[in-house]
Design a protein around this ligand. Structure first.
Ligand code: NAD
Ligand code: UD1
Length: 324
Protein backbone atom coordinates (compact mmCIF):
# COMPACT_ATOMS: atom_id res chain seq x y z
CA UNK A 1 0.00 0.00 0.00
CA UNK A 2 1.01 3.60 -0.42
CA UNK A 3 0.31 6.06 2.38
CA UNK A 4 0.63 9.79 2.89
CA UNK A 5 2.00 10.76 6.31
CA UNK A 6 1.68 14.49 7.00
CA UNK A 7 4.04 15.62 9.76
CA UNK A 8 6.23 12.59 9.06
CA UNK A 9 9.39 14.49 10.03
CA UNK A 10 8.06 15.08 13.52
CA UNK A 11 8.16 12.98 16.65
CA UNK A 12 5.15 10.66 16.21
CA UNK A 13 5.00 10.87 12.40
CA UNK A 14 8.58 9.69 11.92
CA UNK A 15 7.98 6.62 14.12
CA UNK A 16 4.83 5.89 12.10
CA UNK A 17 6.67 6.26 8.78
CA UNK A 18 9.35 3.86 9.98
CA UNK A 19 6.78 1.28 11.03
CA UNK A 20 4.85 1.52 7.73
CA UNK A 21 8.05 1.00 5.78
CA UNK A 22 9.02 -1.97 7.94
CA UNK A 23 5.61 -3.46 7.08
CA UNK A 24 6.45 -3.15 3.37
CA UNK A 25 4.35 -0.07 2.55
CA UNK A 26 5.40 2.91 0.47
CA UNK A 27 5.37 6.20 2.38
CA UNK A 28 5.12 9.76 1.12
CA UNK A 29 5.78 12.37 3.81
CA UNK A 30 4.47 15.93 3.56
CA UNK A 31 6.11 18.23 6.09
CA UNK A 32 7.11 21.89 6.18
CA UNK A 33 9.91 21.21 8.71
CA UNK A 34 8.54 23.90 11.04
CA UNK A 35 9.08 21.69 14.10
CA UNK A 36 10.27 18.45 12.48
CA UNK A 37 13.62 17.56 10.94
CA UNK A 38 14.26 16.05 7.50
CA UNK A 39 16.75 13.65 9.07
CA UNK A 40 13.93 12.11 11.14
CA UNK A 41 12.29 10.76 8.00
CA UNK A 42 13.29 7.22 7.03
CA UNK A 43 15.56 7.13 3.96
CA UNK A 44 13.07 4.93 2.11
CA UNK A 45 10.30 7.53 2.38
CA UNK A 46 9.56 10.06 -0.33
CA UNK A 47 9.74 13.52 1.24
CA UNK A 48 7.72 16.45 -0.02
CA UNK A 49 8.57 19.69 1.74
CA UNK A 50 5.42 21.74 1.88
CA UNK A 51 2.65 23.23 3.90
CA UNK A 52 -0.39 21.12 4.65
CA UNK A 53 -2.63 24.14 4.00
CA UNK A 54 -1.43 24.34 0.36
CA UNK A 55 -4.26 22.70 -1.54
CA UNK A 56 -2.31 21.92 -4.71
CA UNK A 57 0.55 20.32 -2.81
CA UNK A 58 -1.75 18.21 -0.68
CA UNK A 59 -3.73 17.11 -3.72
CA UNK A 60 -0.55 16.10 -5.53
CA UNK A 61 0.70 14.21 -2.49
CA UNK A 62 -2.57 12.26 -2.22
CA UNK A 63 -2.74 11.49 -5.94
CA UNK A 64 -2.07 7.77 -5.79
CA UNK A 65 -2.31 6.92 -2.10
CA UNK A 66 -4.45 4.23 -0.47
CA UNK A 67 -4.89 6.24 2.74
CA UNK A 68 -3.79 9.36 4.62
CA UNK A 69 -2.31 9.62 8.08
CA UNK A 70 -2.63 13.26 9.10
CA UNK A 71 -0.31 14.26 11.95
CA UNK A 72 1.01 17.67 10.86
CA UNK A 73 0.08 20.32 13.40
CA UNK A 74 1.33 22.92 15.83
CA UNK A 75 1.36 20.46 18.76
CA UNK A 76 2.02 22.84 21.65
CA UNK A 77 -0.97 23.97 23.71
CA UNK A 78 0.98 27.02 24.99
CA UNK A 79 2.09 28.08 21.49
CA UNK A 80 -1.45 27.82 20.11
CA UNK A 81 -2.74 30.12 22.85
CA UNK A 82 -0.15 32.77 22.01
CA UNK A 83 -0.30 32.39 18.20
CA UNK A 84 -3.98 31.55 17.76
CA UNK A 85 -4.51 32.67 14.18
CA UNK A 86 -1.37 31.16 12.69
CA UNK A 87 -1.85 27.85 14.49
CA UNK A 88 -5.58 27.69 13.72
CA UNK A 89 -4.63 27.81 10.06
CA UNK A 90 -2.28 24.85 10.41
CA UNK A 91 -4.38 22.79 12.79
CA UNK A 92 -7.83 23.33 11.35
CA UNK A 93 -7.39 24.53 7.75
CA UNK A 94 -4.60 21.96 7.31
CA UNK A 95 -6.94 19.18 8.43
CA UNK A 96 -9.72 20.43 6.17
CA UNK A 97 -7.30 20.45 3.27
CA UNK A 98 -6.27 16.84 3.88
CA UNK A 99 -9.89 15.74 4.36
CA UNK A 100 -10.92 17.40 1.08
CA UNK A 101 -8.03 15.83 -0.84
CA UNK A 102 -8.79 12.39 0.62
CA UNK A 103 -12.48 12.75 -0.22
CA UNK A 104 -11.54 13.58 -3.81
CA UNK A 105 -9.46 10.39 -3.98
CA UNK A 106 -12.03 8.39 -1.96
CA UNK A 107 -9.43 7.18 0.55
CA UNK A 108 -9.60 6.91 4.36
CA UNK A 109 -8.02 9.39 6.79
CA UNK A 110 -6.57 8.55 10.19
CA UNK A 111 -5.77 11.81 11.99
CA UNK A 112 -4.35 13.02 15.30
CA UNK A 113 -6.95 14.47 17.61
CA UNK A 114 -6.05 15.00 21.26
CA UNK A 115 -7.02 14.35 24.85
CA UNK A 116 -7.04 18.16 25.10
CA UNK A 117 -10.63 18.07 23.77
CA UNK A 118 -11.81 16.89 27.24
CA UNK A 119 -10.26 20.05 28.76
CA UNK A 120 -11.92 21.06 32.02
CA UNK A 121 -13.61 17.67 32.40
CA UNK A 122 -11.54 16.10 35.21
CA UNK A 123 -13.46 12.80 35.39
CA UNK A 124 -11.18 9.78 35.80
CA UNK A 125 -11.02 7.99 33.48
CA UNK A 126 -12.25 9.97 30.47
CA UNK A 127 -14.18 7.84 28.00
CA UNK A 128 -14.97 8.84 24.43
CA UNK A 129 -18.54 9.79 25.39
CA UNK A 130 -17.38 12.05 28.27
CA UNK A 131 -18.28 15.72 28.03
CA UNK A 132 -15.88 17.80 25.91
CA UNK A 133 -14.89 21.11 27.51
CA UNK A 134 -11.88 22.57 25.63
CA UNK A 135 -9.72 25.06 27.55
CA UNK A 136 -7.28 26.16 24.86
CA UNK A 137 -7.11 27.32 21.24
CA UNK A 138 -5.36 24.03 20.42
CA UNK A 139 -8.15 21.96 21.99
CA UNK A 140 -10.90 23.95 20.25
CA UNK A 141 -9.16 23.40 16.91
CA UNK A 142 -8.72 19.65 17.52
CA UNK A 143 -12.41 19.39 18.38
CA UNK A 144 -13.28 21.29 15.22
CA UNK A 145 -11.13 18.78 13.28
CA UNK A 146 -13.26 15.95 14.68
CA UNK A 147 -16.44 17.79 13.63
CA UNK A 148 -15.11 18.31 10.12
CA UNK A 149 -13.99 14.69 9.85
CA UNK A 150 -17.55 13.67 10.76
CA UNK A 151 -18.99 15.98 8.13
CA UNK A 152 -16.54 14.74 5.49
CA UNK A 153 -17.43 11.12 6.22
CA UNK A 154 -21.11 12.03 6.01
CA UNK A 155 -20.87 14.04 2.79
CA UNK A 156 -18.32 11.98 0.89
CA UNK A 157 -18.54 8.52 2.44
CA UNK A 158 -14.85 8.16 3.31
CA UNK A 159 -13.92 6.51 6.62
CA UNK A 160 -12.20 8.82 9.14
CA UNK A 161 -10.61 7.85 12.45
CA UNK A 162 -9.65 10.52 14.99
CA UNK A 163 -7.26 9.26 17.63
CA UNK A 164 -7.32 11.23 20.86
CA UNK A 165 -3.70 10.83 21.89
CA UNK A 166 -3.02 11.52 25.55
CA UNK A 167 0.54 12.66 26.43
CA UNK A 168 2.88 10.85 24.06
CA UNK A 169 6.57 10.34 24.88
CA UNK A 170 9.51 8.40 23.49
CA UNK A 171 12.75 8.73 21.56
CA UNK A 172 13.12 11.58 19.07
CA UNK A 173 10.82 14.05 20.85
CA UNK A 174 12.85 17.21 20.40
CA UNK A 175 13.69 18.94 23.73
CA UNK A 176 15.20 21.99 22.00
CA UNK A 177 12.01 24.01 21.91
CA UNK A 178 10.34 25.47 25.03
CA UNK A 179 7.14 24.09 23.52
CA UNK A 180 8.31 20.46 23.69
CA UNK A 181 6.59 17.78 25.73
CA UNK A 182 7.41 17.76 29.44
CA UNK A 183 9.18 14.38 29.40
CA UNK A 184 11.66 15.37 26.71
CA UNK A 185 12.40 18.66 28.52
CA UNK A 186 12.82 17.03 31.94
CA UNK A 187 14.97 14.17 30.59
CA UNK A 188 17.24 16.60 28.76
CA UNK A 189 17.62 18.91 31.76
CA UNK A 190 18.29 16.06 34.17
CA UNK A 191 20.99 14.71 31.86
CA UNK A 192 22.61 18.18 31.89
CA UNK A 193 22.16 18.38 35.70
CA UNK A 194 19.97 21.48 35.26
CA UNK A 195 16.93 22.33 37.36
CA UNK A 196 13.42 21.40 36.24
CA UNK A 197 10.74 24.08 36.03
CA UNK A 198 7.34 23.10 37.36
CA UNK A 199 4.51 25.26 36.01
CA UNK A 200 2.07 25.67 38.91
CA UNK A 201 2.19 23.30 41.87
CA UNK A 202 3.12 20.16 39.91
CA UNK A 203 -0.14 18.46 40.86
CA UNK A 204 -1.31 18.38 37.22
CA UNK A 205 -2.14 14.79 36.30
CA UNK A 206 -1.32 13.21 32.94
CA UNK A 207 -1.68 9.85 31.20
CA UNK A 208 1.65 9.25 29.47
CA UNK A 209 1.61 6.85 26.53
CA UNK A 210 4.67 5.43 24.78
CA UNK A 211 5.12 6.33 21.10
CA UNK A 212 5.39 2.67 20.00
CA UNK A 213 1.92 2.03 21.42
CA UNK A 214 0.61 5.11 19.61
CA UNK A 215 2.02 3.82 16.32
CA UNK A 216 0.28 0.47 16.96
CA UNK A 217 -3.02 2.36 17.27
CA UNK A 218 -2.41 4.40 14.11
CA UNK A 219 -1.58 1.34 12.01
CA UNK A 220 -4.50 -0.68 13.43
CA UNK A 221 -6.90 2.21 12.74
CA UNK A 222 -5.99 2.19 9.06
CA UNK A 223 -5.98 -1.61 8.79
CA UNK A 224 -9.30 -2.16 10.58
CA UNK A 225 -11.03 1.01 9.50
CA UNK A 226 -14.80 1.12 9.65
CA UNK A 227 -17.18 3.15 7.59
CA UNK A 228 -18.16 6.62 8.78
CA UNK A 229 -16.41 8.71 11.41
CA UNK A 230 -14.89 7.14 14.48
CA UNK A 231 -12.96 8.57 17.43
CA UNK A 232 -10.93 6.67 19.98
CA UNK A 233 -8.68 7.41 22.97
CA UNK A 234 -5.04 6.35 22.86
CA UNK A 235 -3.99 6.18 26.50
CA UNK A 236 -2.97 3.83 29.29
CA UNK A 237 -5.38 4.77 32.12
CA UNK A 238 -2.34 5.30 34.36
CA UNK A 239 -2.31 8.63 36.28
CA UNK A 240 0.97 10.47 37.00
CA UNK A 241 1.45 13.94 38.46
CA UNK A 242 4.14 16.21 37.03
CA UNK A 243 5.98 16.12 40.37
CA UNK A 244 5.72 12.31 40.35
CA UNK A 245 7.15 12.27 36.83
CA UNK A 246 10.12 14.41 37.94
CA UNK A 247 10.83 11.94 40.75
CA UNK A 248 10.60 8.82 38.53
CA UNK A 249 12.94 10.36 35.96
CA UNK A 250 15.41 11.44 38.63
CA UNK A 251 15.33 7.94 40.04
CA UNK A 252 16.06 6.33 36.64
CA UNK A 253 18.84 8.82 35.87
CA UNK A 254 20.25 8.43 39.36
CA UNK A 255 20.48 12.18 39.94
CA UNK A 256 18.37 14.29 42.33
CA UNK A 257 15.75 16.53 40.71
CA UNK A 258 16.32 20.19 41.54
CA UNK A 259 12.99 21.96 41.12
CA UNK A 260 12.08 25.56 40.35
CA UNK A 261 8.47 26.72 40.30
CA UNK A 262 6.94 29.03 37.71
CA UNK A 263 3.39 30.35 37.20
CA UNK A 264 0.79 27.89 35.88
CA UNK A 265 0.37 27.89 32.11
CA UNK A 266 -2.77 29.56 30.74
CA UNK A 267 -5.22 26.96 29.46
CA UNK A 268 -3.37 24.09 31.18
CA UNK A 269 -5.53 21.04 31.84
CA UNK A 270 -5.49 19.93 35.49
CA UNK A 271 -6.40 16.25 35.23
CA UNK A 272 -6.16 14.14 32.07
CA UNK A 273 -6.47 10.36 32.40
CA UNK A 274 -8.06 8.30 29.65
CA UNK A 275 -10.08 5.13 29.44
CA UNK A 276 -8.34 2.75 27.00
CA UNK A 277 -11.19 0.21 26.78
CA UNK A 278 -12.58 1.26 23.39
CA UNK A 279 -9.13 0.96 21.82
CA UNK A 280 -8.67 -2.49 23.39
CA UNK A 281 -12.11 -3.63 22.28
CA UNK A 282 -11.92 -2.40 18.69
CA UNK A 283 -8.30 -3.19 17.90
CA UNK A 284 -7.67 -5.97 20.41
CA UNK A 285 -4.79 -4.23 22.11
CA UNK A 286 -4.47 -1.27 24.46
CA UNK A 287 -1.15 0.52 25.09
CA UNK A 288 0.92 -1.90 27.14
CA UNK A 289 4.15 -0.02 27.96
CA UNK A 290 4.27 1.03 31.62
CA UNK A 291 5.68 4.49 32.35
CA UNK A 292 8.83 3.34 34.13
CA UNK A 293 9.64 0.82 31.37
CA UNK A 294 8.97 3.39 28.65
CA UNK A 295 11.09 6.06 30.35
CA UNK A 296 13.93 3.60 30.84
CA UNK A 297 13.76 2.68 27.13
CA UNK A 298 13.70 6.36 26.21
CA UNK A 299 16.71 7.27 28.34
CA UNK A 300 18.74 4.31 27.10
CA UNK A 301 17.78 4.44 23.41
CA UNK A 302 18.18 8.17 22.88
CA UNK A 303 21.67 7.98 21.45
CA UNK A 304 20.70 5.25 18.98
CA UNK A 305 17.66 7.06 17.63
CA UNK A 306 19.23 10.47 17.06
CA UNK A 307 19.86 11.07 13.38
CA UNK A 308 23.41 10.05 12.52
CA UNK A 309 25.32 12.22 10.00
CA UNK A 310 25.29 9.44 7.37
CA UNK A 311 21.55 9.17 7.73
CA UNK A 312 21.15 12.91 7.29
CA UNK A 313 23.22 12.73 4.07
CA UNK A 314 21.06 9.93 2.68
CA UNK A 315 18.03 12.07 3.53
CA UNK A 316 19.36 14.97 1.51
CA UNK A 317 19.74 12.65 -1.50
CA UNK A 318 16.22 11.28 -1.15
CA UNK A 319 14.93 14.81 -0.65
CA UNK A 320 16.34 15.87 -3.98
CA UNK A 321 14.77 12.83 -5.62
CA UNK A 322 11.35 13.48 -3.98
CA UNK A 323 8.56 15.59 -5.39
CA UNK A 324 8.70 19.18 -4.18
P1 NAD B 1 5.80 17.35 16.18
O1 NAD B 1 5.85 18.84 16.31
O2 NAD B 1 6.98 16.55 16.54
O3 NAD B 1 5.35 16.94 14.72
C1 NAD B 1 4.51 17.73 13.91
C2 NAD B 1 5.08 17.71 12.50
O4 NAD B 1 4.19 18.47 11.66
C3 NAD B 1 6.46 18.37 12.41
O5 NAD B 1 7.33 17.56 11.64
C4 NAD B 1 6.19 19.70 11.70
O6 NAD B 1 7.30 20.16 10.97
C5 NAD B 1 4.99 19.33 10.84
N1 NAD B 1 4.16 20.50 10.50
C6 NAD B 1 3.76 21.49 11.33
N2 NAD B 1 3.06 22.40 10.63
C7 NAD B 1 3.00 21.96 9.34
C8 NAD B 1 2.43 22.47 8.15
N3 NAD B 1 1.73 23.63 8.11
N4 NAD B 1 2.56 21.75 7.01
C9 NAD B 1 3.27 20.59 7.01
N5 NAD B 1 3.86 20.08 8.10
C10 NAD B 1 3.71 20.75 9.26
O7 NAD B 1 4.51 16.88 17.05
P2 NAD B 1 4.07 15.42 17.50
O8 NAD B 1 4.19 15.38 18.96
O9 NAD B 1 4.71 14.38 16.66
O10 NAD B 1 2.52 15.50 17.16
C11 NAD B 1 1.95 14.86 16.01
C12 NAD B 1 0.45 15.04 16.05
O11 NAD B 1 -0.09 14.43 17.22
C13 NAD B 1 -0.04 16.50 16.09
O12 NAD B 1 -1.22 16.59 15.33
C14 NAD B 1 -0.33 16.74 17.55
O13 NAD B 1 -1.29 17.77 17.74
C15 NAD B 1 -0.88 15.38 17.94
N6 NAD B 1 -0.79 15.06 19.36
C16 NAD B 1 0.45 14.96 19.95
C17 NAD B 1 0.52 14.61 21.29
C18 NAD B 1 1.82 14.49 22.02
O14 NAD B 1 1.78 14.24 23.25
N7 NAD B 1 2.96 14.61 21.36
C19 NAD B 1 -0.67 14.35 22.01
C20 NAD B 1 -1.89 14.52 21.37
C21 NAD B 1 -1.94 14.85 20.03
C1 UD1 C 1 0.44 17.57 25.36
C2 UD1 C 1 0.85 17.72 23.91
C3 UD1 C 1 -0.35 18.09 23.09
C4 UD1 C 1 -1.42 17.04 23.33
C5 UD1 C 1 -1.76 16.92 24.80
C6 UD1 C 1 -2.73 15.76 25.06
C7 UD1 C 1 3.17 18.38 23.52
C8 UD1 C 1 4.11 19.51 23.35
N1 UD1 C 1 1.89 18.73 23.77
O1 UD1 C 1 -0.02 18.82 25.90
O2 UD1 C 1 0.01 18.09 21.71
O3 UD1 C 1 -2.54 17.30 22.57
O4 UD1 C 1 -0.57 16.61 25.52
O5 UD1 C 1 -3.00 15.65 26.41
O6 UD1 C 1 3.52 17.23 23.43
N2 UD1 C 1 5.13 21.29 32.39
C9 UD1 C 1 5.95 21.68 33.44
N3 UD1 C 1 7.24 22.03 33.13
C10 UD1 C 1 7.75 21.98 31.85
C11 UD1 C 1 6.89 21.56 30.79
C12 UD1 C 1 5.57 21.23 31.11
O7 UD1 C 1 5.53 21.75 34.60
O8 UD1 C 1 8.94 22.29 31.66
C13 UD1 C 1 3.74 20.87 32.71
C14 UD1 C 1 2.68 21.63 31.94
O9 UD1 C 1 2.28 22.80 32.60
C15 UD1 C 1 1.54 20.59 31.87
C16 UD1 C 1 2.30 19.25 31.85
O10 UD1 C 1 3.62 19.51 32.32
O11 UD1 C 1 0.75 20.65 33.02
C17 UD1 C 1 2.37 18.64 30.46
O12 UD1 C 1 2.82 19.64 29.56
P1 UD1 C 1 3.18 19.31 28.04
O13 UD1 C 1 4.12 18.18 27.97
O14 UD1 C 1 3.54 20.60 27.38
O15 UD1 C 1 1.82 18.70 27.48
P2 UD1 C 1 0.29 19.16 27.43
O16 UD1 C 1 0.14 20.63 27.58
O17 UD1 C 1 -0.44 18.26 28.36
Amino acid sequence: MRYLVTGGCGFIGSHLAERLISLGHHVCILDDLSSGHAANAPCEAELVIGDVTEEAKVRAATDDVDGCFHLAAAASVARCNSEAIATNRVNLVGTLTVLAAAARRNVPVVYASSAAVYGANAAVPLGETSELRPLSVYAADKLACELHAGVTSHLHGIPTVGLRFFNVYGPRQDPASPYSGVISIFADRLAKRQELTIFGDGGQVRDFVFVGDVVDALVASMAHRRSGAFVCNVCTGEATTILGLANILADIVGAPARLAYGPPRAGDVRVSVGDPRRLAKVYGRAPATGLRAGLTALLHEDAETSPAPARAQRMTASLTAGRT
